[in-house]
Design a protein around this ligand. Structure first.
Ligand code: ADA
Length: 579
């Protein structure tokens, strides 16, 4: 399942999950040799969704790989191919014809095939997982860069007039009322003008019924503006959701929304007008056995573990995450920081304004907002992580990205995470500032956080950001699972628990800090190579700063954080049914 609810009850939609034909293209000769028309016989089966790196003998391959499957259609008709995520660059071919390409491994893309004949069709995807200095992320990144078609591929049958999209926006006009705008865009593949009946439902109640005229081959837009009353707000602990369904002729589309407000002002975050303190954790959508093709079932387990720890928020480090994950956050009332993988700890400032990097960042930011707009759980749109915000190049890029976000969505703060808090020149551009800093791990003693924050708050004043809320978005240290003893040695669970608890104590005592995201939820694969100098402190070739290990086994730090976030002192509350 892509979502936790059915987006189409009328529109026929089929998942192409399963074993596809697969072959590496190590010398990148596939295009020249015409593999899109003559797929190599030497192919082997590969699960989709999946990462090839999780299969035997394919662990460390980075580069071009080709996939093929066959799609049987029983009747001639219009088709929509929907790819929910393909890592890196993807070129898609249908019966040997190039449909187009997409860059960016975490956002969806589609192709419309009008009047496809009935029969068996060949769908081929050329993927390229190569990272370099202009990809998102770049080659110097602190996570294992998997490759593959990591989220499902759907084939849908479209009538002549279909729903291209639905956007619901609102402004609260009272505690329980809102002015709501529904914009429904129809796509015509008809060869002449058509008039279609359109009905809109809120949950199961009809809120609009009418007709829309669509010209041949064009689009038609229905805009509806209504005052909705007797609403229940979406909030932490009160995840009230409303299902909005459009039926247009022989097509339908359902999405869900929640009504809430998020404000960043006077150094505070306000959720529905009430002061919000973030108790969070950073989470990669990664597992050593599934890579980034993270299964839905494990998402619910991760969320249970995170909620039991006392979190009210997750930072989606560092890329757009699965729609299913966002749906369960909506349903459980958990707040989310959403970001694109402009991960810059090792990005030279001169690369920050590389035209291709800038274009790709703007495109993925736009695609992420387009895809995830309706999720009430998403509080923040984050434009970059640890780029060199001491530089003019980063400042200029931040202006472009914040302008894009604000031009699309003024209902959410636009944010970022800085690793240079005391030299940062971008502080005044954002609605919320995140600080990533590792006193007690990469530098100095954990107690140095107090002095650092005092200097930082002063710098905020100098940059006109004294009213901007501040979150500690990353801090912590590595603790190798199972390594504990009597002394707080680096890499021991004891030392990790010590610095995380001490840091939390300092941050929670600072009235100018609005919350914390610990780095990180679970241990994640790192990309340590003998021929590269990066990340040599990644024991086991993992980032061991997880509060649980990669198999979600709790470390001492998990129990300590749970005690702090929940106030409950029993570290071994299994929450079993035996009570
Ligand atoms: C940075 C980065 C994280 C991770 C972390 C670490 O803050 O944002 O992705 O690399 O450091 O573990 O060093």
């Amino acid at each position: 399942m892509i979502r936790t609810f059915q987006q189409h009850r009328v529109r026929p939609s089929r998942l192409l999950d399963g074993l596809w034909d697969f072959v590496f293209d190590k010398n990148n000769t596939g295009l020249v040799e015409g593999w899109h028309q003559r797929f190599p016989a030497s192919s082997e089966p590969m699960p989709v969704p999946g990462c090839w790196n999780n299969e035997l003998g394919k662990y460390d391959y980075e580069g071009v790989a080709w996939y093929r499957t066959r799609v049987r259609t029983e009747q001639t008709g219009h088709l929509r191919l929907l790819f929910h995520a393909v890592l890196g660059h993807a070129d898609v071919y249908w019966d040997g014809r190039h449909l187009g390409c997409h860059f960016g491994g975490y956002t969806p893309f589609e192709f419309i095939i009008p009047d496809a004949d009935a029969g068996i069709h060949e769908l081929i995807v050329r993927t390229d997982s190569t990272l370099d200095r202009t990809t998102l992320p770049t080659h110097a990144v602190d996570w294992f860069h998997y490759g593959g078609i990591i989220r499902p591929v759907e084939v849908q049958q479209l009538p002549d007039i279909s729903i291209q999209g639905m956007r619901i926006t609102y402004g609260m006009t009272g505690d329980c009322s809102a002015e709501v705008q529904v914009t429904l865009t129809l796509r015509s593949l008809a060869d002449g003008p058509r008039e279609v009946p359109v009905t809109l439902y809120k949950d199961d109640a009809v809120i609009h019924s009418g007709t829309v005229r669509a010209d041949a081959g064009g689009t038609a837009v229905l805009q509806l503006r209504q005052e909705w009353t007797d609403l229940i707000r979406w909030d932490v602990g009160q995840p009230q959701l409303y299902r909005i369904r459009a039926v247009a002729g022989d097509d339908d589309w359902t999405d869900r929304i929640g009504f809430r407000t998020i404000e960043a002002k006077n150094k505070k975050l306000l959720l529905n007008g009430k002061e919000l303190y973030i108790q969070g954790v950073n989470r990669h959508e990664e597992h050593p056995e599934w890579g980034f093709a993270f299964p839905n079932k494990l998402m619910t387990k991760d969320l249970d573990i995170i909620l039991r720890m006392g979190c009210n928020s997750v930072r989606g480090s560092h890329y757009p995450q699965s729609p299913y994950w966002l749906d369960i956050l909506d349903e459980r009332g958990v707040l989310f920081w959403s970001e694109i993988p402009l991960w810059g700890a090792f990005l030279p400032k001169g690369d920050t304004d590389h035209p291709l990097l800038v274009e790709r960042a703007l495109t993925m930011m736009d695609e992420m907002i387009e895809r995830d707009w309706h999720h009430p759980s998403i509080l923040f749109w984050s434009v970059h992580n640890e780029i060199d915000t001491r530089s003019q190049e980063a400042y200029d890029l931040s202006v472009k990205l914040t302008e894009l976000v604000r031009s699309k969505d003024r209902s959410r703060p636009v944010v970022y995470a800085t690793m240079h808090p005391l030299e940062d020149i971008c502080l005044g551009l954002f609605d919320v500032i995140g600080i990533n800093y590792y006193n007690g791990w990469y530098q100095g003693h954990v107690d140095r956080f107090a002095g650092m924050l005092e200097a930082f708050h002063e710098r905020c004043r100098e940059f006109g950001a004294e009213e901007t809320p501040v979150l500690m978005t990353e801090f912590g240290g590595a603790g190798v699972y199972g390594d504990s003893g009597w002394e707080p040695r680096l890499f021991s669970e004891d030392y990790q628990a010590h610095i995380v608890s001490r840091a939390l104590q300092i941050f929670r005592a600072d009235p100018k800090i609005s919350g914390t995201y610990i780095w990180q939820f679970a241990d994640t694969r790192a990309d340590v190579r003998s021929d590269r100098s990066y990340f040599r402190d990644r024991a086991r070739s993992f980032n061991n700063k997880g509060l649980v290990n990669e198999y979600r086994k709790p470390k001492l730090a998990y129990r300590v954080v749970k005690g702090i976030y929940t106030g409950r002192t029993d570290p071994y509350d299994w929450g079993s049914t035996l009570e």
